[in-house]
Design a protein around this ligand. Structure first.
Ligand code: IVH
Length: 683
């Protein structure tokens, strides 16, 4: 069949595009499109070549493994080609893979090894007489680059194999990668120094391995996991891959602990699902999982096709990043008037869902990432985290594009935007006159962790406000079934349920009530802290700045917001009306006099990061037992509770001879004292 001109033209176009992106990715470590967009180009070319086999040539990128080589490193010819993996994306693909294995291997039980697919760089390590003598990148699969000096700087990779029994000559293959924490630190440092940041840990790992000066590589947080062997004497090879990995582990080679053996499609899929769920919590990026036949004899029977073995397959996760166009930037106004820019995107499938909006955080971030309306941008959606824009492609934008500027007036109510230098965020100055702030404050009041009015969603609040059925949150409790029946899309049943939910929400707690009021900087934790301290609303309402600041963890700014809130007549009016309309809470139980508590008179300072407590929780635990928490160490301090990365407070405590309590000591002290209290109460 003759190849249609359109198909021929498209294949030529695709090959040029793929060659360009291959070079950007493999040789220059500066990808211009996402991995998913690159995969899509490859898939399109593969499909074209499948439909018109005449198009297939030996030089097509579909029959080659990787990109070009960087001339700065000398070339290394691999003793055995470094193959790539075929990709699978669905259950069907895995079932096909399994069927193909069964066809070739017959009815014998098939055992597969399942492994995470690390998102880093493949390397080959040659050990002669147990010494690491040469390391190379994969390159095009046949020839790679000699990166021995750089590999020698990676602490994870042994320069001398441990134990004994290793063959005189062997090749380890695995992935060099940059753990996320190290990547984050590296980029933060680059940013502070005004240097270029890396797009993702994979690029950072690639850039680090390709350094001409290995002192630079040494500074980079690189790690390594081995996933197999290259050249290896067949007589020394155990019969299974899983046994070989165990042997390697014994010689000091890092092996990923997340490796399992399975013997069914279901086993593969549950490994996939489990890792997909845990993906956000892993210390490193993975882009899927790999299934490999365990028995080497079976691998030999299966063999390889063009660029990939038939005995393994990569089951890819949905890409966490994708490229799309930024249509516009809207500015949203939150409960406290904070202006947040939000990106409106051309719909794009990423992280398993279609995304149309992404957060842009603030103006500074837009400037730092050089993002403009109309740009092609990389959108990232990792786990259930709100999608965000990672970067733009400035060199692809039209000349006419202009930088984004935040408005000087509120886009909702037109009030002036407060951009005073002491504020880090821009805010609408309209207060509750701004419909956006007004609506958000009602939403906040009704939310689950606040007063918790089940069923009172955004649409209903919109209608209630538009029809002037409520003005403040206190008016919610004056709504009647008759009024509710006039609302659109609220049937009799829902209206009854809403009445019930309103009634139920009347019985609340003091911490919830304080949180629901929406005082600036008073979140759930501070609400609880204030309630614990004052025990009733009246005392809090008349507290002055000094007595507020005396409470641990209440700084001058929160104290000021609290005072200002209770000085506004309209706020006092809303509170009075809420109470008149039946909102109430049970009084907090009487607290024993502080002097009687086991930590009475003891002064604590908490420093560093604790594993089992936030700072607030640690403070609460101390004050509940009568102790006091202060922020700086002095001679009066009795104990310094010391978490990870403690800093100068711990040093000062040592200088002053004050007792340092590590987290476990602190827990022991609390437990002991709690028991004393219980014992005292019982006796
Ligand atoms: S096995 C012939 N196992 O994925 C089989 N590869 O797309 C060779 N990779 O070049 C690879 N984790 O860079 C294998 N557990 C794993 C892997 C893994 C990451 C990378 C490796 C390889 C690429 C193939």
């Amino acid at each position: 069949m003759a190849v249609p001109t359109a198909a021929l033209r498209r294949a030529v176009e695709l090959r040029a595009e793929i060659a360009f992106h291959n070079r950007q990715y493999h040789s220059l470590d500066d990808p211009k499109i996402s991995d998913a967009a690159f995969d899509a180009l490859m898939q399109e070319l593969l499909r074209l070549e499948e439909a018109f086999p005449e198009l297939l040539t030996a030089t097509s990128p579909t029959s080659k493994v990787g990109g070009g080589l960087n001339k700065a490193f000398s070339e290394v010819r691999h003793e055995r080609p470094m193959l790539s993996l075929e990709n699978a994306f669905s259950r069907d693909d895995i079932e096909d893979f399994w069927r193909r294995l069964q066809q070739k291997l017959g009815d014998d039980e098939i055992t597969l090894v399942t492994e995470p697919k690390l998102d880093g760089l493949a390397v080959s390590l040659i050990y002669d007489d147990g010494h690491l003598v040469r390391a190379a990148t994969r390159g095009d699969g046949e020839t790679g680059e000699d990166i021995t000096n750089n590999i020698l700087t990676i602490g994870d990779i042994p320069q001398q194999l441990a134990g004994d029994g290793w063959p005189a000559h062997l090749e380890i293959r695995g992935e060099v990668f940059m753990p996320r924490a190290g990547f984050k630190r590296l980029n933060e440092r680059a940013l502070a120094a005004g240097e270029k940041t890396f797009a993702n840990p994979r690029n950072a790992a690639a850039g680090s391995l390709r350094q001409i000066d290995s002192r630079v590589t040494q500074e980079r947080p690189l790690s390594f996991y081995c996933y197999g062997q290259g050249a290896y004497p067949s007589e020394a090879l155990p019969s299974r891959h899983s046994q070989l990995l165990e042997q390697f582990r014994g010689w000091g080679i890092p092996i990923n602990p997340e490796i399992l053996l399975v013997s069914s499609v279901e086993g593969c899929l549950s490994f996939y699902e489990d890792l997909l769920k845990r993906r956000p919590d892993l210390a490193y990026d993975i882009d899927g999982v790999v299934y490999k036949v365990d028995l080497f004899a079976d691998r030999d029977r299966l063999g390889a096709i063009a660029r990939a073995p038939r005995w393994a397959i990569a089951h890819k996760f949905p890409a966490e990043e994708a490229v799309t166009r930024l249509i516009s930037i809207d500015v949203q106004v939150g409960r406290t008037g904070a202006l947040t820019p939000v990106a409106r995107l051309e719909p794009v499938f990423v992280g398993g869902v279609t995304v149309t909006n992404a957060t842009l955080h603030n103006a500074e971030e837009i400037q730092r990432k050089d993002i403009r309306v109309g740009d092609q941008v990389v959108v990232r959606r990792a786990g259930d985290v709100i999608p965000e824009i990672v970067r733009s492609f400035p060199d692809q934008r039209p000349r006419s594009s202009t930088p984004f500027e935040m408005p000087s007036h509120c886009p909702i109510c037109g009030s002036k935007v407060d951009d005073s230098p002491e504020e880090t965020i821009l805010r609408c100055s309209g207060g509750l006159f701004c419909p956006a702030q007004h609506k958000e404050s009602i939403r906040h009041f009704a939310s689950r962790k606040a007063i918790d009015i089940d069923g009172l969603g955004e649409k209903l609040i919109d209608q209630l406000l538009e029809r002037h059925l409520i003005e403040t949150v206190a008016d919610l409790y004056e709504l009647s079934p008759i009024v509710l029946s006039t609302l659109d899309r609220l049937g009799e049943k829902s209206s009854q349920n809403l009445m019930k939910a309103l009634d139920k929400s009347r019985h609340t707690t003091l911490p919830r009530f304080l949180f629901a009021l929406g005082i600036r900087e008073v979140g759930e934790v501070t609400g609880r802290l204030l309630a614990e301290h004052f025990r009733n609303l009246e005392d809090l309402m008349v507290a002055d700045q000094a007595s507020l600041e005396a409470i641990p963890d209440i700084g001058p700014s929160v104290a000021r917001h609290i005072m200002t809130f209770f000085q506004q007549p309209h706020n006092l009016e809303v509170i009075r009306k809420l109470l008149d309309n039946g909102v109430f809470w049970d009084p907090l139980p009487e607290r024993p006099p502080t002097e009687a508590l086991p930590l009475a008179g003891k002064i604590f300072v908490v420093t560093g990061t604790l594993d089992q407590f936030t700072r607030d929780q640690a403070s609460e635990a101390i004050t509940a037992l009568g102790g006091r928490v202060t922020s700086s160490v002095s001679k009066k301090t009795d104990y310094v509770v010391t978490g990870r990365d403690p800093g100068s407070k711990a040093t000062k405590a040592l200088d002053l001879g004050i007792e340092l309590l590590l987290e476990e000591d602190f827990i022991r002290l609390l437990k002991g004292k709690e028991n004393e209290t219980i014992g005292a109460e019982l006796s």
